[in-house]
Design a protein. Structure first.
Length: 599
């Protein structure tokens, strides 16, 4: 849930780290800090607040000299955001400094042990035990000390450690939290995620659990916990650096929404027209497991897969699934969906499924991420780096991936004739240009947002797959605008929630499914007659909706399964403009982080 970075080279390290942390700020942004080894001592500067508070304090990094350093941007788990709780944490009168992403589960036991050994704790964090334990173990060899840490620490960690007497070394190790090392010429970089190092190098090591790295200017050596040398392939990153920058847009979120047509085209092209995904064993049941927006894609996936492939689908939030001993049939396929590929609950659910013998498939955006590597198969969404905490283009490509999974399953079952495969393929390839049509109308959505941005409560309603989209519309709005919003199946309102409808309550109604249109229309009339203000989203020929709506957004016609992709873009734009008009920090909403690597 935090971002960690490190640099060792010939440049001044602090300005490099500030830039790298900026590109990781999506992982957490309640406090930040750096520790720089000047050659004589370790200077630590850390502060509560976003990275720019730290950057100002150290003049963009120029005020702290040294060419070996580690840095951190935090999303608080243990202890509130404060100067003291910010990383790096130090020990032994400042001779050791540590940054950490993850959670140490046995920190209380370790803290008791270290207090008895005379260590004094000043923060509320779990990480401080690592600093003191590192100091306790350190006998002049960073590598041996790090190996000992791996034997003692329980929980998740990506760690970087420096010692005052080793200005030419950084040690790093990980377990269940991501870590990469960027390989430069006479300089090397460490980070939680690839975008942080992209301005400097495209050659990276993706570090696996319990791999220990000793990073020097001239090279990086990797070891297992027995301190035996290991060889590793260098991963070449072929993304465009600009993909992780704002490119003239006010926010990453709007830039990422505007990238949806290309992202969907990239995702769809890898399979449609290429004979779809090969399915060796047809599942008798599918369990989709994910969190947040990825879970919402799973709910849409249930409708899509059951409709197209006629295979029963269960959908669970990962935090529930991992503990519920879900029933697995002889041939259950567990599909985990994750943008980051690092979400702790989703990863745990994947591991639990594998442990119980299920086949697993992941739909993941971040190439080389843990979930992508650990699932039996991976279907990549080619959305490119997504920086805004609220997911948009990744969600839209996940939906596209689910369409392709459903079509691949149908084909493997012999239920997809060549004519139908061609038809669906053509419809999928039309999606980018249809989404462009929505994007061309973004000012209309902005006008709607300016009419409704003061709403206090918003209901999103729909039936069938429109209900799945309602879930995402409500999540998107609440997470960045802080407006209370709920999604309900349209037919469910009358069983309770309708009592909340009063004069002026905003209801966003999705009625894109022809078969269910009349039914949803009736539900819209029910809320309208109780004073609701209704914004409807329907296909272009359904003009009768105007009688019972205050505003209508018409979608261009496509196959009923794929209208969801068009509706998604509208809901994302609506949430974006509402949040922006409310003056919120759209890309970094309060209390959130992009990658949730804690349970
Ligand atoms: O990286 P993942 O897709 O596994 O992340 C899951 C959720 O944390 C994520 O979708 C979250 O709900 C976003 N803030 C939604 O915009």
């Amino acid at each position: 849930m935090c971002g960690i970075v490190g640099y060792i080279g010939k440049k001044q390290a602090a300005p490099v780290l500030i830039g790298a942390l900026k590109r990781l700020e999506y992982r957490g942004y309640d406090s930040a800090g750096i520790a720089v080894n000047s050659g004589k001592k370790i200077n630590v500067v850390k502060t509560k607040g976003k990275l720019n508070v730290l950057a100002e304090k150290i003049e963009g990094g120029n005020a702290v000299k040294g060419t070996t350093a580690i840095g951190h941007t935090r999303w608080a788990t243990h202890g509130k955001p404060s100067d003291i709780n910010a990383h790096p944490h130090t020990s032994g009168s400042g001779r050791i400094a540590v940054v950490h992403n993850g959670i140490i589960e046995n920190y209380i036991e370790l803290k008791d042990f270290l207090i008895k050994k005379g260590y004094r704790f000043i923060s509320e964090t779990d990480t401080e035990v690592i600093a003191h334990l590192a100091d306790f173990y350190y006998k002049g060899d960073l590598l041996k000390m790090t190996a000992r840490l791996t034997q003692t620490l329980k929980g998740s960690y990506a760690l970087e450690i420096i010692s005052q007497d080793k200005p030419d070394e950084i040690a790093a190790v990980k377990k269940d939290s991501p870590l990469i090392i960027g390989l430069g010429d006479g300089e090397n970089f460490i980070a939680s995620d690839i975008p942080a190092v992209l301005p400097y190098t495209r050659n990276v090591y993706i570090i696996e659990d319990y791999e220990i790295a000793l990073i020097k200017r001239e090279g990086v050596a990797l070891y297992n916990t027995e301190l035996e040398h290991i060889n590793k392939e260098v991963f070449y990153v072929n993304w465009n650096v600009s993909a992780a920058e704002k490119g003239g847009y006010e926010h990453f979120m709007i830039k990422e929404i505007m990238e949806e047509p290309q992202a969907i085209l990239n995702t769809v092209s890898q399979m449609v027209g290429q004979g779809m995904m090969k399915i060796d064993k047809i599942p008798d049941k599918i369990n989709i497991v994910a969190c947040g927006s990825s879970y919402n894609v799973g709910v849409a996936g249930k409708y899509i897969i059951e409709q197209i492939a006629k295979i029963p689908v269960e959908v669970d939030t990962a935090s529930e699934y991992r503990y519920r001993d879900a029933l697995l049939t002889k041939n259950t396929l567990v599909v985990v969906i994750s943008q980051s590929g690092e979400t702790a609950d989703t990863l745990a659910a994947l591991r639990e499924s594998k442990r119980r013998g299920a086949e697993t498939l992941s739909i993941v955006n971040v190439i080389g991420s843990t979930i992508a590597r650990e699932a039996d198969r991976v279907l990549y969404t080619l959305a490119g780096p997504e920086i805004s905490v609220a997911t948009t283009k990744a969600y839209s490509t996940q939906l596209a991936a689910v369409y392709m999974l459903a079509l691949s399953l149908a084909k493997a079952e012999g239920k997809l004739s060549p004519e139908l495969e061609k038809y669906y393929g053509e419809e999928l390839f039309k999606l980018p240009s249809l989404i462009n049509k929505i994007l061309e109308q973004k000012d209309k959505i902005k006008d709607l947002a300016s009419k409704y941005f003061k709403a206090k409560n918003v209901f999103f309603i729909g039936r069938g797959i429109d209900y799945a989209l309602s879930l995402e519309g409500a999540l998107k709005l609440k997470e960045i605008s802080y407006i209370h919003s709920e999604a309900y199946p349209a037919g469910e309102l009358k069983h309770g929630p309708i009592s909340l409808i009063e004069d002026g309550t905003l209801v966003v109604a999705l009625a894109t499914q022809e078969k269910l249109f009349e039914k949803t229309l009736n539900n819209i009339k029910e809320v309208k007659s109780r004073g609701a203000v209704v914004l409807s989203i329907v296909e272009e020929e359904n003009t009768q909706i105007e009688e019972c709506s205050d505003d209508v957004f018409y979608l261009p016609k496509t196959n009923k399964m794929f209208t969801s992709s068009l509706a998604a873009t509208i809901l994302q734009l609506f949430a974006y403009y509402v949040a922006n008009l409310n003056g919120n920090d759209v890309d970094q909403p309060r209390n959130l982080a992009k990658s949730v690597t804690v349970e």
